[in-house]
Design a protein around this ligand. Structure first.
Ligand SMILES: NC(=O)c1ccc[n+]([C@@H]2O[C@H](COP(=O)([O-])OP(=O)(O)OC[C@H]3O[C@@H](n4cnc5c(N)ncnc54)[C@H](OP(=O)(O)O)[C@@H]3O)[C@@H](O)[C@H]2O)c1
Length: 246
């Protein structure tokens, strides 16, 4: 079968299923896993300092990104600079576009994102860099800090496969130290889902950093705001030592 146009794997599957008169079969589980090695479609919710910086790294690594904002016109210049693998849209469009979603928003926006885009996010790997900072983000962040940011993410993003990563050190380091020579700067990763851990780790490497697997989402508490390693630029060896990891 020859198919013209910019179809992705999901489109081809939909067409084949439509041909077999089975148009409403949910496709989750039929698509290639997001951890496979080809370029990924990454929907970025919150394309500010962190989202914009990481989007730029991932475009350079060969991925396709949709940068989103509630005012997408403000991102057109950035997307134009990044070239044809970058596009802009509203947050809902980015949630629908991505086979993997990256979130970098004030933590106070997390309940709204989990609720409003639940359909678009369902079943997807979601990498969350948003930090709960009570003085900035209010009660939702206070609760997340108590519970642990990873467990809070899982509750706020039901039906998704969450990884926490890129929460630290900071946008300046993420911009200047990517792919640096010698030992790379480490990025802590926590996830319960194996594929979420793999995908987040791949995105860390593709951005030019070294993933450190801290453990399941409950262990994200070990690197959330207020911990000894939060905000510090360190190598993987230093981070593992600080966290007592092998
Ligand atoms: N900056 C850092 O050094 C750093 C490092 C690691 C992690 N983080 C964490 O990453 C998150 C973002 O930080 P940032 O410095 O990148 O902030 P930022 O530059 O202010 O960008 C925040 C982004 O969030 C979006 N946003 C806000 N409310 C939203 C909502 N209700 N729905 C959808 N999008 C919304 C904004 O988009 P609009 O255009 O729609 O307003 C904006 O693009 C924070 O939680 C921060 O703690 C930051």
């Amino acid at each position: 079968m020859t198919i013209d146009g910019p179809f992705d794997r999901r489109d081809v599957l939909r067409i084949m299923l439509a041909g077999a008169a089975v148009v409403s079969v949910p496709l989750t589980g039929l698509v290639a896993p997001a951890s496979s090695q080809g370029p990924l479609k990454i929907g970025i919710i919150g394309a500010g300092r962190i989202g914009g910086t990481m989007g730029e790294h991932w475009v350079k690594a060969g991925h396709e990104v949709m940068l989103s904002s509630r005012h997408p016109e403000n991102l057109k210049e950035l997307a134009a600079r990044l070239g044809p693998r970058a596009r802009v849209g509203m947050p809902r469009s980015a949630a629908a576009f991505g086979e993997v979603i990256f979130i970098a928003v004030p933590y106070s926006a997390m309940p709204e994102i989990g609720r409003d885009y639940a359909n678009e996010l369902r079943g997807k790997v979601v990498v969350n860099a948003s930090n709960p900072i009570p003085r900035r983000d209010g009660p939702v962040a206070e609760e997340a800090q108590k519970k642990g940011a990873g467990l809070a993410d899982a509750e706020l993003l039901p039906g998704t496969r969450v990884a926490r990563a890129f929460t630290s050190p900071g946008a300046g380091v993420f911009r200047s130290e990517a792919h640096r020579a010698g030992e790379r700067i480490a990025v802590a990763v926590a996830a319960d889902d194996r594929e979420a851990m793999e995908v987040a780790s791949r995105l860390v490497r593709d951005a030019g950093f070294e993933p450190v697997h801290v453990g399941p989402l409950a262990r994200a508490k070990d690197f959330q705001p207020g911990t000894a390693i939060f905000g510090k630029a360190m190598t993987a060896r230093e981070m593992k030592q600080a966290l007592g990891l092998p």
